[in-house]
Design a protein around this ligand. Structure first.
Ligand SMILES: [Fe+2]
Length: 312
């Protein structure tokens, strides 16, 4: 079957991109090689370590009982509560022993094909810098807190760890089929904003939810957003919001469910059937949906972020 990756793919070396494949024109800092990796992690100041500790403490007020068990266990397995920004070398040793992943420092968002290449080799690129007190509540560019606190604990789960590698391996095929936008929607609605049904209760496993104080309560408990069981075809046709709370969240039954739904799919056929633009609005409910909660969309209708609307 034509699956999510090209059968002949070799992920050992960074690929030369064919000229017809589009990549965002990011300017590589002159001291970095083609892998975009920093030679070493930043040395953080006392104030920066204190920002990490305060962000960590704030999250721990809201995460117990709301974050997926795999995430909370991951925090413990990697000893991420020990104070200050974690040291990537030590964290990678612990993570490597569990699932073979490592965490590598990058200066900023990196080009898609480089990001995919690192994931395909079980390396998670994490932003090197940490936000300031001024941007404590919200930053657009992912920093070390979002990347390490939000993403890395989940990589201690063996099935999730495999999913992330397959996602990286899938990236090049999506680029060659000009379907990166659709694959990006899958990442958004799973890796960043995914919910999980765990013993009859909803929990969050997406890093975008887990690394901030507001969205986890909104995603799990508010009346506004839709909550729909994940269907990969449908999700890959669905628009999303990048700078506000999501109008819709998609729920998986288990990480095995996510892995199998994604990896065991005929992506050639799927890619052929997708249109270049998204088919469904981010707040839409369609006939095939298995709906857990039909949202009121009150938050969105009152104007969302910046309007003063309560996230209800
Ligand atoms: Fe992220």
């Amino acid at each position: 079957m034509a699956t999510i990756i090209e059968p002949e793919s070799d992920f050992s070396a960074l690929p030369d991109l064919p000229p017809e494949v589009y990549t965002a024109p990011l300017k590589r800092p002159p001291h970095l090689g083609e892998d975009w990796l920093e030679p070493k992690q930043t040395e953080y100041s006392v104030d920066e370590d204190a920002i990490w500790d305060d962000l960590f403490a704030r999250q721990m007020e809201v995460l117990p009982g709301r974050a997926a068990t795999a995430f909370l266990q991951g925090l413990e397995k990697l000893d991420l509560a020990h104070g200050g920004v974690p040291e990537f070398g030590k964290m990678s040793e612990d993570l490597g022993a569990l699932t073979g992943w490592s965490v590598v420092p990058v200066p900023m968002l990196i080009p898609d094909h480089v990001f995919f290449w690192h994931l395909a080799n079980r390396r998670f690129p994490a932003g090197n810098f940490i936000r300031t007190r001024e941007t404590f509540d919200y930053i657009q560019e992912p920093d070390v807190f979002h990347d390490v606190f939000g993403h890395v604990p989940m990589l201690t789960d063996p099935v999730y760890a495999d999913y992330m590698q397959e996602y990286g391996r899938a990236g090049w095929k999506a680029m060659r089929h000009n379907r990166l936008k659709a694959l990006g929607a899958l990442y958004w609605y799973t890796v960043e904003f995914g919910l999980l049904m765990e013993e009859g209760a909803l929990r969050a496993y997406g890093a975008g939810i887990l690394s901030g104080p507001t969205e986890i309560v909104f995603a799990l408990e508010a009346k506004s957003p839709n909550r729909i069981m994940l269907n990969v075809d449908r999700v890959m046709r669905t628009d999303y919001v990048i700078d506000d709370l999501q109008p819709t969240y998609f729920v998986i039954e288990s990480f095995e469910d996510l892995y199998h739904q994604t990896v065991e799919r005929d992506f050639d056929r799927l890619y052929r059937s997708l249109s270049p633009a998204f088919t469904y609005a981010n707040s839409a409910i369609i006939d095939v949906d298995d709906v857990l909660h039909r949202g009121t969309q009150e938050y969105l209708q009152r104007g969302g972020r910046g309007s003063g609307a309560a996230p209800v």
